[in-house]
Design a protein around this ligand. Structure first.
Ligand code: ADP
Length: 659
């Protein structure tokens, strides 16, 4: 783009050229017109003077005199030709001695008109002016005619000269005007340029706020306004920065408060979970022990009701814990290879009893195109499928439940697990609602079918965490299909896949245990149980009654360490929250005692009501060999005892060989 200065100069020159050109043209045209008019007047006067002068010589037909009179007109004036005609229009003289036109007529419409009308006429024809008129003896006696022909070439040449002069003058004028325009433009644009340069430097981050002196005119006032605007901007910026800092501080405070409240919530949940699980351990443990005694039919029913109610309560506690963990964003997903087909099978196996009781068919369709080994969080996927199949069982009175597992036809990266039942169905207007926490289609159904209304909320949140979703289609009275989709990568041809596909027998995974089997140590396994709760100690003791164990009890952490040193147990069940020393501290002391005395580490199993996410990993990191959460099931306890009594034999062998 052109600069302001260039534009100013160009506009000025254009205006000057237009004005000068226009004025010159008008003045030349006017001048030329006046010159022509004056020339016409002069020609007419000359012709009529000649007409009057030659009256006598025409009357006398004095050709010689006539010639002299005409010649004097020709030489003293601009006339090209001059004729004196007789009354019939024949040429008497043309001013020359030869007089070649003598006696001839002038074949010219102008001449003919003058002869006919016998009046004076002056006419402009191209580059000449012709004037002609009668030579009168008296007023109405025509002796002859005068015919003069003048050239306007001189007039035209004069006009061309004038134009040339004007052009030269205009060029000069334009040159001088340009110089003046440049000087004036510089004068005008200098302060504007100063202000522009200053604005650019501010834009580029300069902190200089001294606005340059731009005079007292408009630009000067603009500069002053610019300066005050900058000051205002600086003040606003400072205010904004202060505000941002305050906001940041507030956000930090609030985040901290939110984190603290979330931490408090988690701690509260952990404490609640612990506090509820501890007595539940007593209730369920005692109930399961009671079941093994001689009971009459009524008593058996009562005990089973206690167990079932306790189990149901545990499910609810677990649901609420899960829901709060998801809400608090505390769920961390595993990414491990697992066998999906086996997983679905095991879920169906677990839930088959209720299906059998209700006479429902349980069918699994595993697409042959879908790899069996996939990578994902097996535990959470189990939780989702269990919830969907469990719901189907709950809300189906007869017919079947089909679980179809395949790759999604719309997106090959997604695995689709569709649970389709022939149950009571869900009304359209409730389909969205059932995924919200604590929501059930019909609250009264809660009493008929049971449930907290949390299952689907947890399942769909988990599915979303995995990058998938759960969708539902349903028809009242016909059944529902819940489709859980999530991205699961397949593991092909790896050792892990082979291992998981072939379902290696226990002995293959733990060869040392298989070997130990053949050489069993039949001495009772010495087990130390450290728990400050009397009921819990009693529960574990009773559960282990049939396991071939010798049980030693400790009521707190320091007693656990003492008993360990004195009795050298082969397996320890260690509660975590205990007086004097916590289970973790006691375990640390035991581990350092073993290290000092170069003993093979004894298996220590955390037996605790701390059942929050991450607790298991935390305990294993602290030197524990295993983890059982309360309320503990007898079968779980016996599996652990069995495993470690087999391992004891292995260790003995190792000791034996290394000796
Ligand atoms: P609940 O513990 O009550 O089963 P869910 O969140 O798992 O909680 O389910 C919420 C509600 O959705 C259920 O109470 C039930 O009304 C409805 N629902 C879930 N699955 C089915 C199904 N397969 N057939 C009919 N209704 C279902």
């Amino acid at each position: 783009m052109f600069e302001l200065r260039t534009k100013l100069v160009a506009y000025t020159i254009l205006v000057v050229l237009a004005v000068a050109g226009g004025m010159s043209t008008i003045s030349i045209a006017l001048d030329h017109r006046n010159s022509v008019a004056a020339f016409e007047r002069k020609v007419t006067a000359l012709a009529s003077t000649l007409g009057e002068a030659v009256v006598e010589s025409v009357y006398d037909l004095d050709i010689k005199l006539l010639r002299q009179q005409v010649t004097s007109v020709l030489t003293n004036n601009d006339a090209k030709t001059a004729f004196i005609l007789d009354a019939e229009g024949q040429v008497l003289t043309d001013g020359t001695e030869e007089n070649p036109f003598r006696g001839s007529l002038i074949a010219d419409p102008f001449a003919e008109r003058v002869l006919t009308e016998e009046i004076w006429i002056t006419q402009h024809q191209g580059d000449r002016i012709v004037a002609a008129g009668p030579i009168l003896l008296t007023e109405d006696y025509v002796l002859g005619f005068v015919y003069l022909d003048f050239s306007t070439a001189e007039l035209n040449a004069r006009m061309v000269r004038q134009i040339l002069q004007t052009l030269i003058l205009s060029a000069l004028f334009v040159f001088v005007t340009s110089l003046i325009a440049i000087a004036v433009a510089n004068q005008i644009t200098r302060p504007i340029n100063k202000l522009t340069d200053f604005a650019v430097s501010v834009k580029e981050g300069s902190s200089d706020r001294d606005v340059p002196n731009c005079g007292k005119g408009e630009v000067g006032r603009l500069a002053q306004s610019f300066s005050s605007m900058l000051e205002n901007l600086d003040t606003s910026n400072q205010d904004l920065q202060k505000l941002a800092a305050t906001l940041e501080e507030r956000v930090r405070d609030r985040t901290q408060a939110a984190e603290e409240s979330s931490k408090a919530k988690s701690e509260f949940l952990a404490a609640m979970s612990h506090e509820i699980r501890t007595p539940m351990n007593g209730v369920l443990g005692m109930a399961s022990l009671l079941e093994e005694t001689n009971l009459d039919v009524d008593q058996e029913l009562f005990v089973r009701t206690i167990s079932e109610s306790g189990e149901a309560l545990l499910v609810i506690i677990n649901d609420i814990l899960d829901f709060s963990k998801i809400e608090a964003g505390k769920i961390i997903l595993d990414e491990e290879p697992f066998n999906l087909e086996n997983l679905v099978q095991s879920i169906l196996k677990l839930l088959s009893q209720r299906a059998f009781d209700k006479n429902l068919k349980l069918i699994m369709d595993y697409s042959p195109e879908l790899s069996k080994i996939l990578i994902g969080d097996e535990g959470r996927i189990r939780q989702i499928i269990t919830n969907l199949v469990g719901n189907s069982e709950k809300f189906t009175l007869n017919g079947s439940i089909r679980v179809a597992v395949s790759r999604s036809s719309q997106d090959a990266s997604l695995v689709e697990i569709a649970v389709c039942d022939t149950g009571i169905g869900i009304p359209d207007n409730k389909l969205e609602k059932i995924f919200e926490g604590f929501s059930q289609v019909n609250a009264s159904s809660n009493r008929v079918f049971g449930g907290t209304g949390l299952g689907l909320a947890i399942a769909s949140d988990l599915a979303e965490l995995m990058g998938g979703d759960i969708q539902v289609r349903s028809e009242i009275g016909k059944g529902s299909t819940f489709t859980f989709r999530c991205p699961l990568e397949a593991v092909e041809n790896s050792r892990m896949a082979l291992h998981l596909t072939d379902e290696a027998p226990f002995e293959l995974i733990y060869p040392e245990l298989a070997q130990a089997d053949s050489d069993l140590n039949t001495a009772p396994l010495k087990v130390l149980i450290a728990d400050d709760n009397k009921t819990n100690r009693l529960v574990v003791q009773k559960m282990l009654k049939t396991a071939g164990t010798e049980v030693i009890f400790a009521q707190d952490g320091s007693e656990a360490v003492r008993h360990f040193v004195n009795h050298m147990p082969e397996l320890v069940f260690m509660d975590i929250s205990m007086p004097k020393l916590t289970g973790i501290e006691a375990t640390k002391e035991i581990r350092s005692f073993e290290a000092e005395n170069e003993r093979i580490p004894c298996p220590i199993i955390a037996l605790t009501a701390h059942a929050m996410e991450g607790d298991r990993e935390k305990f294993l990191e602290q030197g524990f060999d295993g983890y059982l959460s309360k309320p503990v099931r007898k079968t779980d306890l016996l599996v652990v005892v069995d495993l470690w009594s087999k391992r004891r034999n292995t260790n003995q062998n190792i000791e034996y060989y290394s000796a």
